[in-house]
Design a protein around this ligand. Structure first.
Ligand SMILES: [Zn+2]
Length: 404
């Protein structure tokens, strides 16, 4: 071990020495609005690049369009031992009146920094940038094996990560995704699918409704059946780290006028899935309930289209990246047992393909996508320490002993 301080102690001290640096970086990121839509990440990307210029790790900005750059910092272009991935875009403000602080000022109070994106995910992004800088200074051999990617378009479907993936820039042996886990190590993530349920019937004058086949009435029966049969069944499915799967009816549409029997109606449902529930399985399950209400026999037709789908994933607890992150928590005196992440993240691009992936970042999910978003600055600093300590362990494959 290095003379004097251990590498752990040196990394921790180096992160702490840059606490005010980190606050400035996070404030600057919050002051660079990147609401999505429209998804313009140019100002936020410029701040990240500027900060990276001092970390001796090559960095570049690139994206599918000029106004939505992602930033990637990596010593090696081909394959990274460890990839830190988070996002620069944020959700919209929602009701501006509900904000008690300027969402783009980066105001601090009681140790928290406020603003849209403060937690989701600029807090994670700032921690990753600081961790890389500290690693480059204190453990250049580790920094050389690590990449940090801060992508655009996470909140609207992951096109930013997809763009980098398509160019082969995100190949990695393990991935740490920066999202709000309260700095816990999340090793399982739920999936999400949006399904459009359509019914087709036959139109008629509403004065002789029996002459037609009412698509709206059939859709109502189908949805009612889902609510009564499928929703309770989903609630009984269990996972040790994730909440049960769900189905929520989101939008409804159909019909042309009150005096016309509608020949078409549709609903869009949001289905959250557990690992091992595939999108096809979830789709078939919904369609089966249409058959159960006897739709075909009444000349009505039902179909289910997949609008978006993000697969769930689960990383084995024995994976090096999991053990490294848990060991990093223990090194900081924090409790260390894996948790689940109940939302969807860009981690699915890796986890669903069998690449060991964890989610870890400051803030809690309940405090995001709402007005007055904030993140505790001390926790962002803790995240940077966890990132640096975990990276060092992954790259040197240290402390990879499975938990008892
Ligand atoms: Zn996020």
């Amino acid at each position: 071990m290095e003379a004097g301080l251990t590498l752990d102690a040196r990394l921790i001290a180096a992160v702490e020495a840059r606490a005010s640096d980190l606050e400035t970086l996070l404030r600057d990121l919050v002051r660079a609005p990147s609401l999505n839509p429209p998804g313009d990440t140019r100002a936020a990307a410029a701040i990240a690049l500027d900060y990276l210029a001092s970390s001796a790790v090559p960095a570049q900005a690139l994206g599918a369009a000029d106004d939505r750059p992602s930033v990637i910092a990596a010593s090696r272009g081909d394959r990274h031992r460890l990839l830190f991935l988070s996002h620069l875009d944020t959700v919209p403000l929602g009701s501006r009146d509900a904000w008690e602080v300027d969402p783009f000022a980066g105001h601090t109070s009681d140790g928290r920094l406020y603003g849209r994106g403060a937690a989701d995910a600029k807090g994670s992004a700032a921690a990753m940038l600081l961790a890389l800088r500290v690693l480059a200074a204190e453990a250049p051999d580790v920094a050389a094996e690590v990449a940090v990617a801060l992508v655009a378009d996470e909140e609207t479907g992951g096109q930013g990560a997809q763009h980098l993936l398509d160019r082969g820039l995100l190949a990695a042996d393990a991935v740490v995704v920066g999202e709000t886990t309260d700095n816990q190590v999340a090793i399982a993530e739920k999936g999400v699918a949006w399904f459009r349920l359509s019914t087709r019937g036959r139109t008629a004058h509403a004065s002789v409704p029996y002459a037609g086949v009412n698509a709206a009435a059939h859709l109502v029966r189908w949805l009612e059946r889902l609510d009564r049969r499928l929703v309770p069944e989903l609630a009984r499915r269990r996972h040790p780290l994730l909440s049960p799967p769900t189905l929520s009816i989101g939008t409804l549409a159909g019909g042309v006028a009150p005096n016309v029997v509608p020949d078409h109606a549709e609903a869009v449902v949001d289905r959250r899935t557990l690992p091992r529930e595939t999108v096809d399985f979830a789709r078939e399950e919904i369609l089966a309930q249409a058959a159960a209400v006897g739709m075909e026999g009444r000349e009505a037709r039902a179909s289910v289209d997949t609008l978006i789908a993000a697969e769930p994933f689960e990383t084995p607890a024995e994976a090096t990246v999991v053990q490294a992150a848990l060991a990093a928590r223990r090194a900081l005196g924090l409790a260390a047992s894996p948790v689940g992440y109940q939302q969807a993240s860009d981690g699915r691009f890796f986890g669903a393909r069998g690449i060991p992936t964890i989610v870890l970042g400051p803030g809690v999910a309940e405090g995001t996508h709402v007005p007055n978003e904030s993140v505790p600055l001390a926790q962002v600093l803790e995240t940077a320490k966890l990132h640096a300590l975990a990276a060092y362990r992954v790259v040197r494959a240290l402390d990879a002993t499975p938990l008892p």
